[in-house]
Design a protein around this ligand. Structure first.
Ligand code: 5RP
Length: 252
């Protein structure tokens, strides 16, 4: 079975400076070592997960993996998998997923995650919550002490109806943490970003820690108009991190 840690380069050689994308690829390839023939696989979304999907397709073509069924977490990943010939299904047909592999925007020491800066948090959460195992693959830049405390976005998917009202309600929930919400727009456009589910995304920015994560999650989900948020608490079962000094693996 795959080893718990792998070195990026032989120790006798001079250290190689790897790009962030090469680190993402290393983490993804390590995760794919855990894929076995016959599995139902959750296929993640983003530039890290993309490498995992490429690798799975490569192993299928080489005949090293057989009878894989993929459940994509976005239209983008679905299109990638279709173009590579990976057989696909959905949660209606396969409600139990053996293994999901996906990236993350932030990971704390307890393996709580922020996801969804790529906009696919709802389908990612549905597929990963249905997975017996969920391997998170990141380069080391994603490691944080507290999720949501990095000054970067914590995404919340909401229905478009009266979105300004929902944005205000979200900000009010976290007034003490200096929370500011922004409607996500399509890149270089003034048009709202639309998720694969036809919804909007509000990105929440915190000046201070949002406090107890479970309480914050519950409070957000209680708001009518909210569909899902990007905090993935206690869901990851394995974390694979790629850094300049190799790949490390941590199990929950
Ligand atoms: C998409 C996600 C991605 O997994 C997350 O944004 C990480 O992306 P990348 O691998 O490109 O850094 O949650 O909704």
């Amino acid at each position: 079975s795959p080893s718990a840690s792998a070195s990026a380069s032989a120790s006798s050689r001079a250290p190689v400076i790897l790009t962030q994308d090469e680190l993402k690829k290393m983490a993804a390839y390590k995760a794919v070592e855990f894929v076995q023939s016959g599995m139902v696989l959750g296929l993640g979304t983003g530039s890290t997960a993309k490498h995992a999907v490429d690798r799975i397709a490569e192993l299928l073509k080489q005949g090293k993996l057989k009878n894989i069924v993929g459940i994509p977490t976005s239209n983008m990943t679905r299109d990638q998998a279709v173009s590579l010939g990976i057989p696909l299904s959905d949660l209606d047909t396969h409600p139990i997923v053996d293994l999901a592999i996906d990236g993350a925007d932030e990971v704390d020491p307890e393996m709580n995650l922020v996801k969804g800066r790529g906009g696919s948090l709802l389908r990612e959460k549905m597929v990963e919550a249905a997975s017996k195992k969920f391997i998170v693959i990141v380069d080391e830049s994603k490691l944080v002490k507290h999720i949501g405390g990095s000054g970067l976005a914590m995404p919340v998917e909401i229905v478009p109806f009266c979105w300004k009202f929902t944005l205000k309600r979200l900000e009010m929930l976290f007034m003490e943490a200096g929370c500011v919400g922004k409607l996500r727009l399509f890149k270089d456009s003034d048009k709202p970003f639309i998720t694969d589910n036809g919804n909007y995304i509000i990105d929440l920015y915190f000046k201070k820690d949002m406090g107890d994560l479970k309480a914050a999650s519950d409070a957000i989900l209680r708001l009518a108009g909210v569909v899902e948020h990007g905090m993935f608490l206690d869901m990851a079962t394995t974390l694979i991190v790629a850094g300049e000094f190799g790949v490390t693996l941590k199990n929950k």
